[in-house]
Design a protein around this ligand. Sequence first.
Ligand SMILES: [Mg+2]
Length: 249
Amino acid sequence: MASHGAWLIDLDGVVWLSGQPIDGSVAAIEQLRANEVPLLFVTNNSAPTTEQLLHRLERAGISAGEHEVLTAAQAAASLVPKDGVAVCIADGGVRQALEQRNVHIVNGGEADAVVVGWTTTFSYDTLATAASAVRSGATFIGTNADPTHPTPTGLMPGTGAIIAAVEVASGVPAIYAGKPGEAMAALVRARVGAISMVVGDQVATDGAFAHRLRVPFTLVLSGVDQRAHDEVLTTSCLAEAVSLWLEKQ
Ligand SMILES: [Mg+2]
């Protein structure tokens, strides 16, 4: 069998919704593995640490290694200088990624960067701290622009909504590190060679990321985007995307 390029698979809205596996997704991933297709799970969720993400995959029935996971937290941290100083407005995943680069996290004052990612404890005080550091010249890095994220009960505010608040308060636009940004693309290129497919549930995020990488994209309708887009290949879910692709190999 010819060797295949990697599949870059989004998690939220593709593999699971709020941690509950989407019908057929686990079997579809097993099918790809059975056909020796390299996999890379690429998520704009910056909340979990790598270990937490691997644990979630395991609980869903997918065993994966650290080298098969990329998060917007890692992409954001890659833009902060090693051994630098950063204000971090984000939960665990971003903190871990910064610490792995030996970045010193401060609660205000002089900093090389302000990194804003997923957090459920955003407040007026954290907004003020972040905006002030950005106004003082710190590089403003956002994990991802996703305005919402899908849950079984509907769309909830996403990290993009939090970053937008800091953009308005500071008057400075963020550099977005996650999909479809260049920082994430650079991490992907460093991790895998040829790419066969990007699959995701948002044209604006996952589709634009595939476009940046110049590789094919399949939209699944199991997450945020509920309607087919004329310009992209659309399937109901990951299982359908995988079976259509394998038929053609
Ligand atoms: Mg998604």
